[in-house]
Design a protein around this ligand. Structure first.
Ligand SMILES: [Fe+2]
Ligand SMILES: [Fe+2]
Length: 197
C-alpha cells in the first residue's frame, strides 16, 4: 500500500499540469471535499482498503500512459490520458460505507470484523455514472473520452452481459476505449492483486 498523502499530492499535480479543461478546479474542489482519497476501490477484491480508489486510479493512469505511448499515430493527448484514467471510477465516490460482519478467526473463534459495503445513492450504471459526474464539472468531455469511460469495464459491464453490443461498436471506432479497458484490467488483475498478496 502506498502512502496516501504522497499519492494524493501526485494525483493533484498530474491534474493541474495536464488538465486545462474548463471546470477542472471545480472538479478538484469537489473531489477534495468528497471521500475519493480515502475510499476503497472495491468491497473485497482489488484495493479494498482506505486509499484503494486513489491507488487504483493512479495505477490505471500509469498503465494507460504506457499503452498510449505504443500508438503515437492515435495522437491521444496527455490531458485525455489524465481525464479518462484518473476519473474513470469517479462513480465510486460516496459509494461505500463501513459495516460489520461476524467471521471466524484462525482459532475458530467468532469475531466482529469491519468491512466495506456498497451504499449506492445514484444507481444509474457504473461507466455511465462516471461520465455523468464528470460532465457536471468538465466542459466538455470529447466523444472518445465518453466512450472510453463508459465502456472501461469491457465484458464485465452489466449491459454487455445482458447482450448490449454498444461496447464492441465503441471499441471498433475508438482505440482509446480499448486502451482504457486494457489499462483497467492490467491495474486491477496484474498490479493490485500482486500488491495484496
Ligand atoms: Fe470501473
Ligand atoms: Fe477501474
Amino acid at each position: 500500500m502506498a502512502n496516501i498523502e504522497e499519492l494524493k499530492q501526485e494525483f493533484l499535480e498530474i491534474c493541474r499540469n495536464s488538465i486545462k479543461r474548463e471546470g477542472i478546479e471545480e472538479l478538484l474542489n469537489w473531489i477534495c471535499s468528497s471521500d475519493f482519497f480515502r475510499a476503497p476501490a472495491s468491497t473485497k477484491f482489488h484495493g479494498s482498503y482506505p486509499g484503494g480508489l486513489l491507488e487504483h486510479s493512479m495505477n490505471v493512469y500509469r498503465c494507460l500512459k504506457k499503452i498510449v505511448e505504443r500508438y503515437p499515430e492515435e495522437n491521444i493527448s496527455d490531458e485525455t490520458v489524465a481525464i479518462v484514467s484518473l476519473f474513470h471510477d469517479v462513480c465510486k465516490v460516496h459509494y461505500y460505507k463501513t459495516g460489520t460482519r461476524n467471521v471466524k478467526d484462525e482459532s475458530g473463534k467468532w469475531i466482529t470484523k469491519e468491512v466495506y459495503e456498497v451504499d449506492e445513492q445514484f444507481p444509474i450504471g457504473h461507466g455511465e455514472k462516471s461520465c455523468i459526474i464528470l460532465q457536471w464539472f468538465l466542459k466538455k468531455l470529447t466523444v472518445d473520452e465518453l466512450l472510453a469511460i463508459r465502456f472501461h469495464m469491457g465484458g464485465f459491464d452489466a449491459a454487455v452481459k445482458g447482450g448490449d453490443t454498444s461496447a464492441s461498436r465503441a471499441y471498433d471506432q475508438c482505440p482509446l476505449a480499448v486502451m482504457l479497458h486494457l489499462a483497467d484490467l492490467e491495474a486491477s488483475y496484474l498490479i493490485e492483486t500482486k500488491n495484496q498478496a
